[in-house]
Each structure stands twice: as C-alpha cells, then as structure tokens.
Design a binder for this molecule. Sequence first.
Ligand SMILES: CCCCCCCC/C=C\CCCCCCCC(=O)SCCNC(=O)CCNC(=O)[C@H](O)C(C)(C)COP(=O)(O)OP(=O)(O)OC[C@H]1O[C@@H](n2cnc3c(N)ncnc32)[C@H](O)[C@@H]1OP(=O)(O)O
Length: 208
Amino acid sequence: MTEQHDDVFEHHGGFPKFTAAEETENFGPFVEQMRQLQDLAVSVAPPDDVFGEARALAQKLIDLLEPYQVPEGQQPAGRIISLPGRGSLLMLPWQVERFDEGGVRATGVFRRFHLGGNGAAHGGVLPLAFDDVFGMVVHASGRPISRTAFLHINYRAVTPLNTKLTVEGRLDRIEGRKSFVSARMTDESGKLIADCEALMVQLLPGQP
Ligand SMILES: CCCCCCCC/C=C\CCCCCCCC(=O)SCCNC(=O)CCNC(=O)[C@H](O)C(C)(C)COP(=O)(O)OP(=O)(O)OC[C@H]1O[C@@H](n2cnc3c(N)ncnc32)[C@H](O)[C@@H]1OP(=O)(O)O
C-alpha cells in the first residue's frame, strides 16, 4: 500500500473500502466498445496492413487515456453496479439482477473473447464468474470483505457462447471468519452448466 492509498482510503483487511461510482454518459458505451474490440482482436484475420492501421488507432487511444490514470478505487471501472461487469473489462459482461442478503444473481453471455475450444467457453472463465459473484455475496450479506481460500467447480455441461446464462450465489453458513458460499450456473431451460462451492475468509487487520 502506498502513502497515496493510505490518504485516500479507509481500509478493512487489506482492501480499500470501495464506494460505488456514478454512471456517466460515455463510460458504459466506451466499455462495451472495448469489449467489441476484444472480441474482434481474437477473431479477425485481416491483411497485415489492416493490423498496421489498427495499431496506429490503438496508439492514439493509449496516448489519449494514459495521462488520466488514478490509484485503485478511484477509477469508474469495477464500481458501477448498473453496468455489465460493473464496468470492469476483466469481469464478465454480466448484469447483476439481485444483490441482497438472500444472495446475488447475475445474467449474461460468454462472448467470442471467452472462447476456449470447439465453440465453448474457456474453463478458466467460470472461476472468474463465480469468484466475482462470491465477492458480491459476501458484500451483499453485510460480511466484511474476504478473500477466497478455496473455490471448487463442477463442470456439469459444456458452457456455450452467446447464450444467456444465469449465476445464482448465496451464503450457506458462517463460522467465525469463514463464510461458506455456493453458486449454480444454469441456462434458460434451467439446465445446470456448473456448480461451485467456496470458502471466503475475512481478512484480519493488516492482512494484504
Ligand atoms: C465497489 C462498490 C460498488 C459496487 C458494490 C459491489 C460490491 C462488490 C464487492 C466486491 C466484489 C469483488 C470482490 C472480489 C473478491 C474476490 C476475492 C478474491 O478472489 S481474493 C484473491 C484470491 N485469494 C487469495 O489471494 C487468498 C490468499 N490466501 C490468503 O490470503 C490466506 O490464506 C487467507 C486470508 C485466506 C487465510 O489465511 P489466514 O492466515 O488469515 O487464516 P488461516 O488461519 O489460514 O485460515 C482461517 C480459517 O480458514 C481455514 N482455511 C483457510 N484456507 C483454507 C482452505 N484452502 N481450505 C479449507 N479451509 C481453509 C483455516 O483452516 C482456518 O479455519 P479455522 O479458523 O481453523 O476453523
């Protein structure tokens, strides 16, 4: 943690105390355009001079945005719960539909960017989806921010791309610092795609 962080944030455990950010006119559409670019970057095969043009345009974007970097917790990305993936490019572009003590439900699709093989989502993106939902489950149930100690996934069926899926997660039980959580990923017919159990451990003061 830098001195700058200490000035700006109240801490709990090793995490800064995050606050929600306001949605603005251009940020959400910008994130969606960046996602479209990610999908295209992994799915196009143009002549090399087209990549040359793309590089030049990308460099313009980098030059435009680079002066505006801020410390963790001050950027809108990841802090706007009304946006898919809370506006974070790392998170899946899913929309939170329920966020309360009874649990968290998010719906969305895996896109071309998430392709593993043979038209299915990469197995590594499912833990990302579940882990983020569990972070929100802990937050929504009023528990202190915790870190994932273990996360166990059962892949029950091939995970399709471009198909609306739902993840529902909840807090099952609490033992001191330990929150035991579970979640299910289903398709619109209710078919189980994957289920997951995890242990989230509340951080002690000073723990990173
Ligand atoms: C923003 C605002 C606007 C919108 C609102 C949105 C809100 C959204 C909020 C947020 C969403 C996003 C949040 C994302 C969250 C993601 C979380 C992560 O992915 S964190 C990264 C991955 N995880 C790590 O890096 C952990 C690394 N490990 C550790 O740091 C330690 O191992 C830790 C803290 C987990 C435990 O270590 P110790 O030393 O503090 O404690 P010990 O004594 O080892 O464990 C405590 C108890 O837990 C059990 N335990 C620990 N690990 C276990 C394991 N792997 N399996 C079983 N039991 C385990 C132990 O046996 C012990 O149990 P006994 O108290 O004895 O009963």
